[in-house]
Every structure is written in C-alpha cells, then in structure tokens.
Design a protein around this ligand. Structure first.
Ligand code: FUB
Length: 449
C-alpha cells in the first residue's frame, strides 16, 4: 500500500513538474516577510532583507535593520535565483537613508508593469506633520527590475506592510497596517489612493496585528494577518465576500513559532495546481529573532473553504535530486531518540547544519528524493565518527530495503566516504539513514552517483 502511495506521488510530481525546496529557502543571507507572486510562470519572492545592525547605524542595536531589498525567483521552487538588490534606502528620495527601515514589501503586475510597494521612514514630515513610515512605489518592466522608485511616498498612507490585491473587476486595493489593518482603493495608476482609508472592522481588538495579505479563492476573500493572541505572533485569517470586508475571523493558519521568533509574516500563492504558504522563522539566528529566514510549506483547504493549519517543516516542499548534496538535517521525520541536528558552526550559521545519530538504530528520514532512471553506482557521505561506525541507507521506510551499507572510518575530521549501492532503485523514494552500531556518527550531507 505504502509503495503504491509512493508510486502515485512520483507520478503526480513528475507530471505536474513540481519541484520543492528545503527550509529556509535562502541560505546565504537573512530574509523575512516574504511576498510570493507568480509572474511569467515563475515564482518571485519579494522579502525584507534583514541584516545585523552595523555599529552606530539603524534605530538601535537589537531592532530590525534593513537597508535594501533583493528579489528571488524559481521555476521549480528548489533552485532560487537571487536577482540582486532592487531598491535601496540610499536611492529613494523620500526615505531617511539612516533609518534602515525597509520593512515588509509587496509587488504586483498591472498592464505589463511591475509595482513594488515598500514601507520606510520618511525624511521629512508630511502635510499633517507626520514623519514615521510612508509607503513608496518603485516601477519596473520586469519582475526582477530594474525598478525606478517614485520621488514621493503614496499620499494619505502612513504605515507599514503594504499589500496590493487586484480583484476580478480590475479594481486594485492597498492594504497596510498601523495598529489597525487599513484598506483603500487604488487608482488605475497604482500609485495613488482612489478612496479614503478605512479601518477593517471585526478583527481582534487585543494584541498587535499587522502584515495583511489578501487573496481570493473560489469567491472567498481571505484576509490573513500575523496577530499576537498570546505572547508572540501567529498567522490568522478572516474571510469575507468583498475585498473591503466585512470579514469574519475564521481560524489560525500557523501557530506561534516553535523557534520563538516573535514575528511571522505570510503570503499565499497557487503554483502549478498547489497552494503554498510563504512565511518566516529565525532558523539561522535562533538567538536574535530580528534576523529571519523565509520558508515554504504546502497549504491545503478543506471542502468548505477553510484553511487547514500548516505545521512548519524543515523539509519544506517537494523533490530533491539524489545526485546533489542532500541535507538530511532538513529531515521529514526522525527516531524519537538518538537523532538530532546542530549547526556545523554556531558562529557561521549559514554553513548549515549536521545530523547526529548517537544510538544504535537511530534514524532520520528525508522524503521525496528523485533517483532518476539510471542504475545507481555509489553513495557518498560527508561524515565524521570518532570511533568509527556503520550506517545503513534504506528506502521508503525505516525497515525498508537496504540499498547500501556505509562504513565510516574512525577519525576526528570530516571525510567524504563512498560505498557501493547494492540495490539500485529508480524514481522517487524517501531516503532513510540508520545508525547500525553503538558509535555515534555526524553527517553533513549524502548524495548518489
Ligand atoms: O520586518 C519588519 C516587520 O516585522 C514587518 O513589517 C512586520 O510584518 C514584521 O514581520
């Protein structure tokens, strides 16, 4: 039965062309507040770009610090291309370039133009004497830019976390937050308000709410927000039958971060027939939650249109090639005892993680690996075992077929070890690595040839 399910999964993945990634999806810089959009059959992600506060810069040392934005894109959701910096605080006339306040952005396409919306601190006060956060627009002919920022922020808008939605009738709406969640219609030029800002009613009165993201599915408008119901943010949603409401609070999309990251920030996108939730955690900076990292997990709806709660995973979504280094520390499941994950280098966290197997029969399982159609010859592992040990590589289940047994030699430094694959398998399988004797082993990655 399980093999049959795997076969169906393989067929679905191959025919849909879905590719998937591990979490976090950007592994060389901090990213937060991801807005994902599908443009030209690719997924583009517009996140905030957290940085550690440079000495003497920003508002204060232990606060959010962002000087610019990058955009990322992927066709298969596995391989992400960084298109580089698209907007910087030094290049926008109205932005206080000492504020490092380029918070959660959004981007939307209209008539072949791409409109990038971003909040930042203003240099001068507006007509009402307000400095604080304004929301600006930068415009490009391609999603990856180059973007040209307008010289003034949008008039009548003070706040953060812009989100733009274009309804089926062509009317565009701008949502943002400033204590409350605000909405106003946008003119067709996408850069000016067409109506007075309204506070969206019926949202929780207690606890911070911010980061609105509105989407429509099957006639239901989903207004999603991070909200502090308890101590830190969780992702919640309300539904309505109009982009401006009224909305009814309906449920929780994602509970508070298991990593205790105070913020979360979401976007929802349907790509090649599957819905995805983009969000952030502080995986690369567990001791400072203002340096965050964006993640993706699959999202499902119940028949009545309600959203099924998403549990954040390390594995993320989809297929990993057996012929690339598979980071099994982004496991799908693991034995209750004797298996754990740790940074390879707790100072240089972007080096990633290692998997530790420390008691006999401890295992980790990494789902949905594509072994292709060719006969496998060997497996390679980057591993370390002080006393020497043995690993078994199995497929599909912890007691599934053994395809290789790997002797890890005694040593105190990382080594790349090779072993023969005795039972070659093609197609998509779950990969399981099991410790077969008492001596602990640390594994950085595993790949096949
Ligand atoms: O990234 C800075 C702020 O943190 C965002 O604007 C909020 O949504 C929260 O994620």
């Amino acid at each position: 039965m399980k093999n049959f399910k795997l076969l169906i999964l393989s067929i679905l993945v191959i025919t849909s062309g879905l590719g998937f990634s591990q979490n976090p999806i950007v592994r060389n810089q901090f990213t937060a507040d991801p807005t994902a959009r599908v443009f030209n059959n690719r997924v583009f992600v517009f996140p905030s770009h957290d940085i550690p506060t440079p000495d003497g810069k920003g508002l204060r040392k232990d606060w959010f610090c962002m000087a610019d934005y990058h955009v990322f894109s992927s066709e298969n959701l596995t391989d992400w291309k960084d298109h580089g910096m698209i907007v910087s605080q030094n290049k926008v006339a109205w932005v206080d370039s000492s504020s490092y306040s380029m918070w959660a952005p959004d981007c939307i396409e209209r008539n072949g133009k791409y409109y990038f919306y971003f909040p930042a601190n203003k240099t001068v006060a507006d007509a009402n004497g307000r400095k604080g956060f304004g929301i600006g627009v930068a415009i490009a002919d391609k999603p990856e830019g180059p973007y040209v920022p307008l010289p003034e922020p949008i008039k009548g808008v003070n706040g953060i976390d812009p989100n733009v939605f274009i309804d089926k009738d062509g009317q565009a709406y701008l949502f943002w937050s400033m204590g409350n969640i605000m909405v106003a219609k946008l003119k067709d030029n996408m850069t000016e308000l067409a109506s007075e800002p309204l506070i969206i009613a019926n949202l929780p009165q207690k606890g911070l709410k911010e980061g609105p993201f509105l989407f429509e599915r099957k006639g239901i408008y989903y207004l999603t927000i991070p909200h502090v119901e308890n101590k830190i943010e969780r992702l919640e949603y309300a539904i309505g039958d109009n982009p401006m409401g009224p909305f009814k609070m309906t449920g929780v999309v994602m509970d508070e971060s298991p990593m205790n990251c105070w913020t979360n920030h979401q976007s929802f996108v349907e790509y090649k027939g599957q819905w995805y939730l983009f969000y952030h955690q502080d995986a690369y900076s567990p001791k400072f939650d203002k340096n965050r990292s964006i993640c993706i997990d699959s999202l499902f709806f119940s028949a009545d249109g309600t959203i099924r709660k998403v549990t954040p995973t390390l594995r993320g979504v989809g297929v990993t090639s057996a012929f690339q280094e598979i980071q099994i520390d982004r496991y799908s499941s693991k034995s209750e005892t004797g298996s754990s994950v740790a940074f390879l280098d707790s100072i240089h966290t972007f080096n990633g993680w290692k998997t530790k197997l420390e008691s006999k029969n401890a295992w980790v399982q990494y789902n949905t690996v594509d072994f292709g159609q060719e006969k496998l010859k060997k497996v390679q592992l980057k591993a370390l075992s002080e006393n020497g040990s043995t690993l078994q590589i199995r497929l599909d289940r912890a007691d599934g077929p053994v395809i290789s047994e790997v002797k890890v030699p005694k040593g105190t430094s990382w080594d790349t070890i090779e072993a023969k694959v005795s039972k070659s398998q093609s197609g998509i399988h779950h990969l399981i690595v099991v410790l077969k004797d008492e001596n602990p082993v640390e594994i950085d990655w595993i790949k096949f040839e």
